[in-house]
Design a protein around this ligand. Structure first.
Ligand code: ADP
Ligand code: MG
Length: 696
């Protein structure tokens, strides 16, 4: 194939050394095109630059040995089939040991020349040194030239071995024309980057460590730069390229509501609202993330923003992730805003269940008879048409991806302002990537008068004592939650130690809490019933609420001061932190008791961390370390492509550099051709992940 015909989007099948059969096998590794193969970067390297003379072999040291075999012998024990042989070069000899690979007996003969990479151990059976942790070895053909160097190690499969990969990628590199530079020269100069072409070749077969590390840097930078440009282009498309609305300075209505608040805003709340107000007064659509730990008081900031939109003649929508939360916000708003003539609507399953109320609600939204509509996902149904939507606020929606956020704002001719509120403390690396299309405000300060929550980890053995304590608190006038990981026991959980909500409820309400109003709430309970239970819990009538994680987000009952979390080892740290945030909301001392299966092991270490800190950021960082970003955000949902080279925890410096460069680039680069090239590269690397920016 001539070089001019080379296309990165060609099937990998056409790479010399691949072919249709191996191409099929490569699909398992998500390798379809030549570009995919080129960017199947090594997961590790083997330093094969220096051959160890056998006489210099040292115990516990790794080496590369070349020599000829003799004395090949197979021995069987009850557990192993062990091949031993003697390997000899012109400096000396050493034993080699293979475990459970008897098929090698057919391939290895006296006189066979091999190259072997492995670790030297002491073989106590024979009382000699032996190479027996073998990383790789190959049989050398007579006269075969040995390539020494840093060898790539790829994620391989049974059929596509290391040598197939090395060979195919070398062939691809040989056939491939120089890779076109995608970065502007200024960036390359400023950061002293090596050319892209060099980086892509050297990452596979590096000459030395220095060039390998520069190749890695270059590719990690490009990767993060491309993603950042993608995010910036989304941001730009949502802002500069679209006309937003612009509100007037805070007027009488905002001021009246502000003055009627039952408390003084904290410094951070005030600062955040001022920033939000400024965003709203700006002609560009607002795209802002408010990040504030549980209980930091985000709702009131959202409410003021909604009031500001209303004052300017617009409608506002607040979307909550659960029915319970939508209800709660609705009730709060009615209570706090009703007097000012602001008309509040609720749109959730409760309303949409009946055809009549649903139609009525839709009509009132469309006719601007509601100023503020609070709802669940029901809000983003196609049938919901707002007369004049000015602001969309999503609460606790850390499960929304970049793409979904962009879709939400399509609900309206004008581009509404958008505010996202999350209680999940998001590490900085994440706000730069997953939330890279949003500006960030932080509410760190807690409302005054909060008492720290006392957290303790207990085992099931203390259960009786725990619930006696809960009972005492209830008798003092408080309320309590008991949270369980499951609704009911499934087949597979029969044998495990686990106490589902239904069983806990039975046990507690008929046992120690007999005579005290208890209730059970979980995802399978009908919405109407859920409503009723929550209303009665809010009202203080129900004292003990046994639940699953349906109460995880946002529920605000200040009189509830005790939370018992059963099978606490089953929850992630961030989730436990969210749950714990349901107590400690009033002025009474609060308690969180984590009941765990055992006091040993990794799970218990995690729980101890809960005991020692209430810092949501710290817990989230730990969670991320333990579970990875995919688990943390839900792989499919965060909507960002997987990274091949960069690691957003390790490469934070590169990330910040890439972000700065991307920002300058996207905001100052007026050459549309350059954008076209950038978009092409984004599509090549990430498929349709960033497709929305191509729909300009
Ligand atoms: P979150 O940020 O977790 O959503 P909320 O908005 O639900 O927190 O607020 C938690 C509780 O704190 C609510 O009961 C709210 O009324 C109260 N609150 C909010 N701001 C203040 C403040 N500045 N002073 C006192 N209490 C406040
Ligand atoms: Mg909240």
């Amino acid at each position: 194939m001539s070089k001019t015909e080379f296309e990165f989007t060609d099937s990998v099948m056409y790479v010399k050394g691949v072919g249709p059969q191996r191409a099929k096998a490569l699909e398992k590794l998500n390798i379809f095109t030549k570009y995919d193969l080129l960017t199947h970067y090594p997961r590790a390297y083997e330093d094969q630059r220096y051959i160890t003379p056998i006489a210099a072999a040292k115990i516990e040291e790794q080496g590369i040995f070349i020599g000829t075999l003799s004395n090949i012998n197979l021995r069987e024990t009850s557990r192993f089939k062990i091949i031993t042989a003697i390997l000899r070069d012109n400096t000396g000899s050493i034993q080699v040991t293979w475990f459970n690979q008897e098929y090698l007996m057919k391939l290895l003969h006296t006189g066979t020349r091999i190259m072997i990479v492995g670790k030297v151990k002491f073989d106590s059976w024979n009382g000699v040194l032996s190479i027996n942790q073998i990383n790789s070895f190959s049989i050398l053909e007579p006269g075969e030239k040995i390539t020494l160097g840093i060898q790539p190690v790829y994620s391989a499969t049974a059929t596509i071995t290391q040598s197939v990969f090395r060979n195919a990628i070398q062939n691809l590199l040989d056939a491939m024309p120089p890779v076109k530079e995608i970065l502007p020269a200024e960036i390359i100069d400023k950061l002293n980057l090596i050319p892209l072409d060099t980086a892509m070749r050297q990452i596979h077969f590096p000459k030395n460590e220095e060039i390998l590390s520069r190749a890695r840097f270059r590719l990690a930078f490009d990767e993060l730069f491309l993603i950042q440009c993608g995010l910036m282009l989304i941001k730009r498309k949502n802002t500069i390229e679209k006309l937003g609305i612009s509100c007037k300075k805070n007027g009488a209505l905002v001021k009246k509501v502000f003055e009627s608040l039952p408390f003084t805003l904290t410094g951070d709340q005030l600062k955040t609202f001022k920033t939000v107000a400024k965003d709203m007064e700006n002609k560009l659509p607002m795209r802002r993330l408010i990040q504030g730990d549980v209980g930091s008081g985000k709702t009131v900031v959202a409410m003021l923003a909604l009031v500001k939109a209303v004052e300017n003649g617009y409608q506002g929508a607040l979307m909550a992730p659960t029915e319970i939360l939508a209800d709660q916000h609705y009730n709060t708003f009615v209570k706090m805003l009703g007097d000012f003539g602001i008309r509040i609507g609720l749109l959730s399953a409760k309303v949409t269940r009946s055809k009549k109320t649903r139609a009525e609600t839709y009509e009132k939204i469309a006719n601007h008879e509601f100023d503020i509509v609070v709802g669940t996902h029901a809000l983003i149904q196609d049938e919901v048409k707002f007369a004049k939507l000015g602001i969309v606020i999503t609460d606790e929606q850390h499960h929304f991806g970049v793409t979904q956020r962009a879709n939400l704002s399509r609900k309206s001719e004008i581009v509404p302002d958008m505010l996202v509120m999350t209680a999940t403390p998001i590490p900085r690396t994440m706000t730069l990537t997953v939330y890279g299309d949003l500006e960030v405000s932080l509410i760190k300060e807690m409302p005054p008068g909060r008492k720290p929550i006392k957290t303790s980890v207990k085992t099931v053995r203390s259960r009786k004592k725990i619930y006696e304590f809960v009972r005492e608190e209830i008798l003092k006038g408080r309320q309590a939650y008991v949270v369980c990981p499951l609704i009911e026991r499934s087949e597979s959980e029969k044998l495990n130690y686990i106490d589902p909500a239904t069983e806990m409820y039975e046990m507690l309400s008929k046992g120690i809490f007999k005579g005290i109003p208890c209730a059970l709430i979980h995802g399978k309970i009908k919405p109407a019933e859920k409503d009723e239970i929550m209303t009665r819990f809010h009202g203080g009538e129900i004292k003990l609420l046994v639940s699953t994680t349906v109460i995880e987000v946002g529920v605000d009952v200040p009189n509830a001061t005790v939370m018992v979390i059963e099978n606490a080892e089953r929850f992630g740290l961030s989730q436990l932190h969210q749950l714990r945030g349901r107590v400690g909301r009033g002025s009474e001392k609060s308690y969180c008791i984590l009941v765990s299966n055992s006091k040993q092991g990794a799970a218990s270490a995690r729980l101890d961390l809960m005991e020692s800190t209430t810092d949501g950021f710290k817990l989230a960082e730990e969670d991320l370390k333990l579970r990875g970003p995919g688990q943390f955000f839900g792989e499919a949902q965060h909507g960002l492509p997987d990274l091949k080279v960069a690691n957003i925890f390790r490469d934070i410096e590169i990330l910040i550099n890439a972000r700065d460069a991307a920002e300058t680039f996207v905001t100052t680069e007026s050459d549309l051709n350059y954008f076209a090239e950038l978009r092409k590269n984004l599509a090549l690397a990430y498929g349709d992940k960033f497709s929305q920016i191509n729909q300009a």
